[in-house]
Every structure is written in C-alpha cells, then in structure tokens.
Design a protein around this ligand. Structure first.
Ligand code: ADP
Length: 661
C-alpha cells in the first residue's frame, strides 16, 4: 500500500509542475485579454473570482471546514479582494447523472458574462464536471482538483492541478490491530450510495491485503440505522468495526456520514474505527485521520500562488495528504481496551479525568510529601531506637557505677558494721557461756529461757545489719516504683546511725509526718542519702564533739519533696562551684570524687535536682528535690505499699519464745 501511495505521489509530483505551468499560461492569457478590453473587467482592477465546486452539501461539517480553509487562504493575499462562488451539487446524496444537464445549464447561465480567475473542484463529481465542461463554461480559468478517490487520480486531465487527499486506511487498521491484537473479525460498515460502496470496497480490500493481521472481513452496506444498531449490539468486543461513510441507506434515506456515528457507537458492543476527523467525539474509538482543514489550506494557498503568478510550494502540497493518529480515550476505556497500547504521539481526546491525569503535579507533590514524611518518621523511629539503646546502656552503666559507689560506701561503713555485728555476736557468746555454766549445776529453766531469748534477740539484730548491707550491695536492675521517701530514708538511717555512733556524731532526723510518695528506685534513693550523710560526717572530722550534728529532714516543696542534709563541718571549699558534682572531683586524701556525681545522676534520673550551699552558722547544706507521684496514682500506690509493708512485717516477725512471757 505504501509503495502504491509513493508511486501515486511520484506521478502526482511529476504532473504537477506541467499542470501548474499551463495554469500560469492560461492565467496570463486571460490577463492579457483583460488588458485589451476583451474581458468584462476592461482595464480596471477587479477582485479575483473564484468558483468552488464542492461535492458535498456546503452545510456538511467536513465540506464546510475545507471550503472555509480555502477561502481564508486565498483571501489572505488578494490585492483587490475575492468574489467566491460556491456551487455544490451534492452528488453524494443525489444522482449526479440525473442532475448533470440542469446543473450544466445553470452553470453556463451563471458564468456566461462573468469570467472567473480560477475553478476549484472538490470530489469526484467536480472532477467529472470540470473535465467535461470546463472549456464551455470557464475556458480561460485554471482548475485545481482535490478530494477525489485514489482510484480517480488517473482520470485527472494533465492541464488540471491536483492536490492529493489521502485517507489512511492502513494506518486506521493498524490502530485497530494495536488496540485489539486478538480481534480477527472486521465489520466494514457503509451506506448504499455509490461513494459509500466505493469506500467500503476499498476498505475491505485493504483489510484483506494486510499481512500483519489475518482479518475476516464482513461488509454491512446500506443497512438502516435501526438495523445497524441491532446488529452492532450483538457484536462481541473481540470484533472491530470500520465505518467508512453512509450518505444513503438502502431505503433511500440520506445522511451526513458523521450523523450515523453517535447512534452506531451507542449500540455497538465493539469499537468503531474511521478516518474522518468529523467522526471523532461522537463515539469513534480511534483512527488515522486526515485533516480537511489542512487540505483546504493547501488547496487555497496553491490557488493563491497561481493567481499571484508565483510558484507553489511542493512540500505544502505533500502535507495536505498527511494523517495523524487520534484516539478517544473515554470510548477506549469504556470498551475495556488499553489506551496505553496506542502509539506514542497519538493525540488523545475525551481523556476521562482521573486524579492522576487532572492533578498530576499535586499528586506528585503529595506523594513526595508523604514519602518525605515516611522517611522522617522512619528516621525519627530509628533515632528513638538508637536513643533507647543508648539510654539502656547509660542506665546499665549508671547501675554499675552506683553499685561501685555502694561498695565504696560499704567500705566506709565497714567499721561500724563490724562493730554492730560483733556486738550482738559477743553478747550471744557470753550468754551461751552463761547457759553452759548453768547447765553444770542445777539449771533454772526460767533463767535459761531468758538467756535463750537474749541470744535470739542478739542474733536477729546482727542478722538485720547483715540484711541491710546485703540489700545495699545486691546487684539489681534499676526500676522506678511508687515508694514512700520517708520509709526509704528510715532504712538508710539505720545504717547511718551505726556509723554516726562510731564517729560520735549525732544524727537529727526530722522526716515529714505525711505520705511522701514518689516514683523511684529504693536502693538508689537510699544511696543518695548515704552519700550525702557520709560526706557530712567526713566534713565534721575536725568539728568539736559538741557540734557534731548532722540534720536530715524531709518536707513538701511545690509539686514534690525536699530532702535536706546539713552539717556543721568545714563547709564547701571556696571557688568549687558546680565542679563539686563532677565525677573525680575530690578534696579528700583518699576520696574518689564519685559520691556527689552519683547523687546528681540518680536524682536527675528521678526527674529531680540537687544543690549545695553554705549553711547559716557554718557547715554545708545539700538539698535534693524529687517530684511527687501524680495525684491520681497516689491512692493506688498507698494501697500497694501498705500491702507490701504488711507482708514484710509478717516475714520478719520474731518467732514466739517457747512459752516465756
Ligand atoms: P569524695 O567524697 O570521694 O571526695 P564526693 O563526690 O562525694 O567525693 O565529694 C566531692 C567533694 O565535695 C569532696 O571531696 C568535698 O571536697 C566536697 N564535699 C562533699 N560534701 C561536702 C560537705 N558536706 N561539706 C563540705 N564539702 C563537701
């Protein structure tokens, strides 16, 4: 087909210069006659007179568009204006042979005394008419012919100028094959007018000749629209419909072909293809369409060049036959076909609005934002995880550090502990010896009971000290639980009192007589008090015996509780400042400089703060503030603590002493 087309085009291009040369010769002869006064126009400048013979009714949209393009191309360069005479025969719907004599008479009459400058014939009838009667009616006017069927090209006289208008049947069929690769049945629909039948025949022949796709072709020609609709409705989607033209049905009813597209598409179960631009938007699925507007412009420009005596542009003539792919996405998608299979560059119409099509940029931005958010969230989660890991590690280290600190504390308390354990053990020994002596003589049972009771009491006392020490040194994971600060500090005071006694220091404790509930770790909070109190005792080494007092108190302060540890020692060295709480800062010869830094870390872990200041009247004052348990958690926590205390009392209650009152 392409080969055929190119050979035709070659013939056209070979013939065109010759015809154009003749057209110029006629044009100049005509102009000379006009100068000699033999023509109606005499010497006066007159507007160009252009006769247009459209084959179709001039209200048919395609014809309208074509004629409008011709007129505007010519008018654009007319020095004295243009008189257009449009004489359509409409042989597409009427019998041309029947009308020919009357039409000839009319044309002769009309142009008898009105010489024209050029005649433009569009369609088969225009070719036949001008070929036969041109010399009689417009002897001097050049003739331009377009819109004739491919098979009629060889009928065009050599003196006529031909502008090709090729309908891309192959391209349209190729589109059907692309959209429906599995379809094998092709229904060619046409009317019953001669022009319809010729187009249908050409379409069927072209389809059968296609090597790339084995079509089985059915020809439905001349059916009434109702019958056509019935048949189309029964078609499956794997059939393709090729609609050529329908100017007349077999009952003689006439149409403009584009009128039939909408009713066909409404009923058809299969997609409809065609190559006329006027079919698009009425339900045609796709087609390789020729532009009648482009053709009209090229014809008009050629006519204008002849009228101006200029050489026409050959490339412009070739472009008049060009077709382009146009597809109706709405129709294609409605029929379940895939628009994405269409060749690249295909013009898409009736694209159904989708979020993606309508708001692509907005959607892209939204997706980018969501992605960014997701990334940010992922990064935050990762960071949070890393922070958790780091926090866990820090807590672990803190646990190790505070435990090391407690070992150091135990070292400091070891003398008093040894004393506190040694004392009851000594008493136990003496009591055991006394009981032994009594047993040699006649023992008094009551006395022996009393001795055994003493032994038991002393053993319990020693055991309590050991238990407290064990609790302090035990390895445990830090857990924040609701606890009462006062009772927590009470336990620590028991250990401190031993040491204080050894150092001849008085500990004055004033614990607030209220619930002091906080969320904390018992062992760590005890460590805070022990560290501060041991430091206070250390600071009073050189203090006169009468002034050796450590005051320990708790009180409500804002939304929490405050622990104060005050001493009458040497006071905080001048210029120490915040360094006091730095690890490894010490002024003691055998100090490690860890006590206060551990205190600060523990207090901060509990959401509190610690400060040091000089005490009025000499010595130092350390204050620790800890947040209280939220009010709503108080009642539950109190209940839980009471239960625990009850259990502990039951477990440590001394055994009844065998009948001794
Ligand atoms: P260490 O007791 O091993 O020196 P700490 O961190 O417990 O380590 O104490 C750091 C320093 O803070 C001490 O060396 C001392 O100079 C000072 N300090 C701590 N408590 C007191 C206090 N109650 N009175 C005066 N100075 C103190």
């Amino acid at each position: 087909m392409n080969e055929q087309r190119s050979s035709r085009n070659d013939a056209t291009s070979r013939r065109a210069p010759l015809a154009i040369a003749r057209a110029y010769a006629m044009r100049y002869l005509f102009a000379a006659l006009a100068v000699l006064g033999l023509s109606a126009g005499a010497c006066e400048a007159h507007p160009w007179r252009v006769v247009i013979l459209p084959g179709a009714d001039s209200s048919q949209p395609a014809a309208q568009e074509q004629v409008r393009a011709i007129r505007s191309a010519i008018s654009a360069a007319a020095p004295d204006g243009v008189e257009f005479y449009t004489d359509p025969l409409d042989d597409l719907r009427f019998d041309a042979a029947d009308l020919m004599p009357s039409f000839l008479a009319l044309m002769k009459r009309k142009y008898e005394h009105r010489p024209v400058d050029i005649v433009i014939g569009l369609g088969d009838f225009a070719l036949d008419f001008t070929k036969q009667y041109h010399d009689e009616i417009w002897p001097a006017a050049p003739v331009v012919i377009s819109s004739v069927g491919d098979s009629r090209q060889h009928d065009i006289p050599s003196g006529f100028i031909y502008v090709p208008m090729h309908f891309d049947l192959d391209g349209t069929l190729a589109l059907a094959e692309t959209l429906q690769p599995k379809a094998r049945r092709l229904v060619v629909v046409s009317g019953a007018a001669n022009v319809d039948l010729r187009a249908a025949q050409r379409a069927a022949d072209t389809a059968r000749a296609r090597k790339s796709h084995p079509w089985t072709v059915d020809e439905w020609s001349g059916l009434t629209v109702a019958e056509l609709q019935r048949r189309l409705a029964a078609l499956e989607r794997d059939t393709a419909v090729l609609y050529t033209t329908m100017y007349r049905d077999r009952n003689g009813r006439t149409y403009f072909p584009y009128d039939v597209v909408a009713p066909m598409a409404k009923s058809s179960g299969a997609p409809i293809y065609g190559w006329y631009p006027t079919y698009l938007g009425h339900g045609l699925a796709a087609g390789s369409v020729a532009s009648v507007e482009t053709n009209g412009r090229v014809v008009g420009e050629l006519a204008r060049s002849i009228l101006l005596g200029k050489a026409p542009r050959q490339d412009a003539m070739a472009s008049s036959g060009a077709s382009r792919c146009v597809a109706d996405v709405g129709v294609i998608e409605r029929l379940g076909l895939r628009a994405d299979l269409l060749p690249e560059g295909c013009e898409l119409i009736d694209v159904p609005p989708t979020l993606w099509r309508e708001y692509r940029i907005v959607v892209l931005i939204a997706v980018a934002v969501v992605l960014l958010q997701a990334l940010t969230i992922a990064a935050l989660l990762w960071e949070r995880r890393q922070r958790r890991i780091a926090e866990d590690k820090a807590t672990e280290r803190l646990g190790e550090l505070t435990r090391a600190g407690r070992f150091a504390l135990a070292g400091e308390l070891s003398a008093s502990i040894a004393h506190e354990v040694g004392q009851p053990l000594g008493a136990i020994l003496s009591n055991a010896d006394a009981a032994g002596l009594m047993l040699r003589d006649e023992p008094e049972v009551g006395e022996l009971h009393s001795i055994l009771g003493d032994i038991r009491r002393d053993a319990l006392r020693a055991n309590q000290v050991v238990q407290r020490l064990r609790a302090l040194l035990q390895k445990h994971t830090v857990k924040l639980n609701p606890l009462d600060l006062n009772s927590t500090f009470d336990e620590a005071l028991a250990l401190l009192n031993l040491e204080a006694r050894r150092r001849r220091i008085v500990i004055e404790s004033h614990l607030a007589a209220i619930d002091t509930l906080v969320l904390g770790d018992r062992v760590q909070l005890q460590q805070v008090l022990l560290n501060l109190a041991i430091n206070a005792m250390d600071a009073m080494e050189d203090t006169p015996a009468a002034n050796r007092i450590v005051s320990i108190s708790t009180r409500v302060a804002g939304q929490g509780y405050e622990l104060s540890v005050a001493d009458c020692g040497h006071g905080i060295p001048v210029g120490t400042g915040p360094r006091l709480f730095d690890s490894l800062y010490t002024t003691k010869p055998h100090g490690m400089g860890l006590g206060l830094s551990i205190v600060r870390t523990i207090v901060m872990t509990h959401g509190g703060h610690v400060s040091a200041s000089a005490r009025e009247g000499g010595g130092s004052l350390f204050k620790v503030w800890l947040p209280s348990l939220p009010k709503r958690a108080m009642a539950g926590a109190r209940l839980e603590l009471d239960k625990r205390a009850e259990k502990a009392t039951f477990e440590t209650r001394p055994e009844p002493q065998g009948g001794h009152p």
